[in-house]
Design a protein around this ligand. Structure first.
Ligand SMILES: Cc1ncc(COP(=O)(O)O)c(C=O)c1O
Length: 388
């Protein structure tokens, strides 16, 4: 069996369509989109074609999309930029306890600047409480940021209902981090009533180092960087034409069969979850089952054995998974997401995230199911299981 890569929430293999496009713009059409000569104009054309094509996938107008270096930058630009540009509306901000660090740390930085931040709770499956959101909205709330789908446990938040509440009860801007939903389930900026939306390339089989931020026409945000006039001066710097073209190609490819792919991936996800639950005692799924879970996410706790040990032994059997978010791999603290849904630190440390892609096959899932029970059994012999 070849290596079974089940860490697609960390990053994905670049699809052949995108790789070919990237190579073309690196080797042959390498102009700077600001140059006046033919090479520059070709780069500019490619940039605008990519913008239009990606904007279409989320129901946005091309001029509402700004290219960035990735999701971290898009989240920082959205949150710091919107909060700082809209102090006339107020200095109260709302987010959730289970956001990615690129959101939580941006809010922490704003707290140091004198903003007040309310962190919404989630229930045992990771869902926010819409009644709590409504209660916490204030006259001076200037920004609400809620992630669409959680990167660790796959919970899909009710962002459409949240958008309705935010827009009917306040004048706050609404930012949605769609890092894990984009390209896997439908994302429509009109439906969500979002003002700011983070989308990405490297989690949908596009190249790394490129992402985008949707900024609704009329929404005010302050830049984080200063330089040339690129990207409406909101994000200056020479555009990554090859990366952006690869991003557009990956997005177009992801959207061709998005629903069929999602169904197939979800079938394999459920097969993995069900078989693990059936064959390994004392396991617990983190996050919900069914359609309110990302089709490609399975996050499971194994009791009081270390997740890292499972990962290392799985790797030795040719399977790549992770203990949660790639960004917290070197963090010894238990996952803030698992703690927020009520898991103990021991159970959190015993959790594994498997993340599938449209390239995942049934044989690969069967391979995982064939090697995992023995790995867990051997580790438990060294560390007897407590109740999960
Ligand atoms: C929900 C979410 N937002 C933002 C990011 C940041 O992505 P990147 O490290 O590619 O900038 C991640 C990373 O995995 C994520 O899971």
């Amino acid at each position: 069996m070849h290596y079974v890569y089940l860490d697609n929430a960390a990053t994905t293999q670049v699809c052949p369509e995108a790789a070919e496009v990237v190579l073309k713009y690196m080797k042959e059409e390498y102009g700077n989109a600001s140059s006046l000569h033919t090479f520059g104009q070709k780069a500019k054309e490619s940039l605008e074609a990519s913008r239009a094509s990606i904007a279409k996938t989320i129901g946005a107008a091309p001029e509402e999309l700004i290219f960035t270096s990735g999701e971290t930058e898009s989240n920082n630009l959205a949150i710091l930029g919107a909060a700082r540009a809209n102090t006339a509306r107020g200095r109260h901000l709302i987010t959730t306890k289970i956001e990615h660090p690129s959101v939580l740390r941006a809010f922490a930085a704003l707290e140091k600047e004198g903003f007040e931040v309310t962190y919404l709770n989630v229930n045992h499956e990771g869902f926010i409480d819409l009644a709590e959101l409504e209660k916490k909205l204030r006259k001076d709330t200037s920004l609400v940021s809620i992630l669409h789908a959680n990167n660790e446990i796959g919970t899909i938040e009710p962002v459409t209902q949240a958008g309705k509440i935010i827009k009917s009860k306040s004048s706050a801007l609404f930012h949605v981090d769609c890092a894990h939903s984009y390209g896997k389930i439908p994302v429509n900026v009109e439906e969500i009533k979002a003002d700011l939306v983070t989308i990405n390339s490297h989690k949908i089989h596009g190249p790394k180092g490129v992402g985008a931020l949707y900024i609704k026409k009329g929404a005010k945000i302050a830049p984080l960087m200063f330089g040339g006039a690129q990207e409406k001066k909101i994000r200056p710097g020479t555009e990554n034409i090859a990366g952006i073209a690869g991003f557009a190609s990956a997005a177009e490819t992801a959207y061709i069969n998005i629903e069929k792919n999602a169904q197939n991936i979800a079938r394999l996800r459920d097969m993995l979850i069900d078989e693990i639950n059936k064959t390994i005692p004392h396991t617990k799924l983190n996050g919900p089952r069914g359609n309110l879970r990302l089709p490609n996410n399975a996050n499971i706790s194994f009791g009081n054995i270390e997740g890292e040990s499972i990962i290392i032994l799985l790797d030795s059997k040719g399977v790549g998974a992770s203990t949660g978010s790639a960004c917290t791999t070197h963090d010894l603290k238990p996952s803030h997401v698992l703690m927020a849904i009520g898991r103990s630190p021991e159970i959190s440390h015993s959790s594994i995230r498997f993340s599938l892609s449209r390239y995942t096959t049934e044989d690969e899932i069967k391979h995982v199911i064939s090697v995992l029970p023995k790995i867990v059994e051997n580790l438990r012999k060294m560390s007897p299981v407590k109740e999960v």
